[in-house]
Design a protein around this ligand. Structure first.
Ligand code: ZN
Ligand code: ZN
Length: 299
């Protein structure tokens, strides 16, 4: 359930949209917006989210097509042409599928690590078989914060079978938001980065039993369950009950497997682990979806 203030802001922005010509809408809308987080898509068929402040709008991963990214942003009333930058967690196709086209169309800076860029460039070809280049590539190093507009971005290393995978925290306007998906387990360094987040987007990939008896070949099951695979509902529950500081207003369960999980099983495991720390204002559990964008979380 949204905070009362969020409802008021929504109503005000709807009212604004009715009253003002297009050119003035974004500006007025943003002035009142604060920080918001929209998960456009989440899962092994593509990941993409938007974090925005009153002046900066950043895409986190580009794992769905450019067309679908634009469509989902517009469905939420957000203008894709207003994006300031794209940040990339790692080179797996469910995180970079739309990157070349988005870069060409938007001409915004693309941030990733040097190793991730090399891996992406090695494996990507356009329709004519040519390696696409990124006009405005910005290289970052895990552990070193950088600034995009008024958004402070901190990439941190996560255990996953990619060349240089990272999670992110974002800070602006006194709010911290954490993203950690595609990780085999939650090491102490990741736990430290995720403290004092107002929104936590965390992987709840699979139910261990469903994965074990499910249709994947054994080699794939082993990969998913490994220390550099994906986080299970149980592993996330373990994080919630033992290491998590309980500070977040919203916890978003993300990157759910369509084969080896069920949204209500994931939700049940998270809610049980969060226990009495779930209140009207803290630890509200939301589920990110592969097929439709999650209603923006406004802070
Ligand atoms: Zn991955
Ligand atoms: Zn992934």
């Amino acid at each position: 359930m949204p905070k009362p203030s969020a409802v008021t802001l929504d109503q005000r922005s709807r009212l604004t949209r009715k009253l003002l010509p297009d050119s003035q809408q974004l500006q007025v809308c943003c002035e009142h917006m604060g920080v918001s987080v929209s998960v456009l898509a989440s899962g092994s068929r593509g990941n993409c989210a938007v974090i925005q402040t009153s002046t900066t709008r950043v895409l986190v991963d580009a794992g769905i097509s450019c067309r679908e990214t634009f469509k989902r942003m517009r469905a939420l009333g957000e203008d894709p042409r207003g994006l300031s930058a794209i940040v990339i967690t790692h080179e797996h196709s469910d995180h970079v599928y739309g990157l070349a086209t988005l870069s060409r169309k938007l001409k915004v800076p693309i941030y990733m690590t040097g190793a991730t860029h090399q891996a992406w460039a090695r494996s990507t070809r356009d329709e004519s078989g040519v390696r696409p280049s990124l006009d405005r590539l910005e290289i970052f190093s895990p552990g070193r914060s950088f600034q995009i507009g008024d958004l402070a971005v901190t990439p941190f290393t996560i255990p996953h079978d990619a060349v240089d995978p990272v999670g992110f925290t974002f800070r602006a306007e006194g709010v911290k938001v954490g993203f950690a998906t595609d990780l085999g387990y939650v090491p102490a360094s990741v736990r430290d980065h995720l403290r004092r987040c107002e929104v936590l987007v965390m992987e709840s990939n699979h139910d261990v039993e469903m994965l074990r008896v499910g249709p994947y070949p054994w080699s794939v099951k082993q990969r998913v369950m490994s220390r550099v695979g994906h986080l299970s509902n149980d592993a996330l529950a373990e994080f919630f009950s033992s290491d998590y500081d309980g500070e977040a207003a919203y916890v978003v369960l993300a990157h759910l497997s369509e084969q080896n999980n069920h949204p209500e099983i994931a939700r049940g495991a998270a809610e049980k682990a969060l226990g009495p720390r779930r209140t009207l204002l803290r630890n509200r559990v939301l589920l990110a979806s592969q097929t439709e964008p999650l209603e923006p979380i406004r802070l």
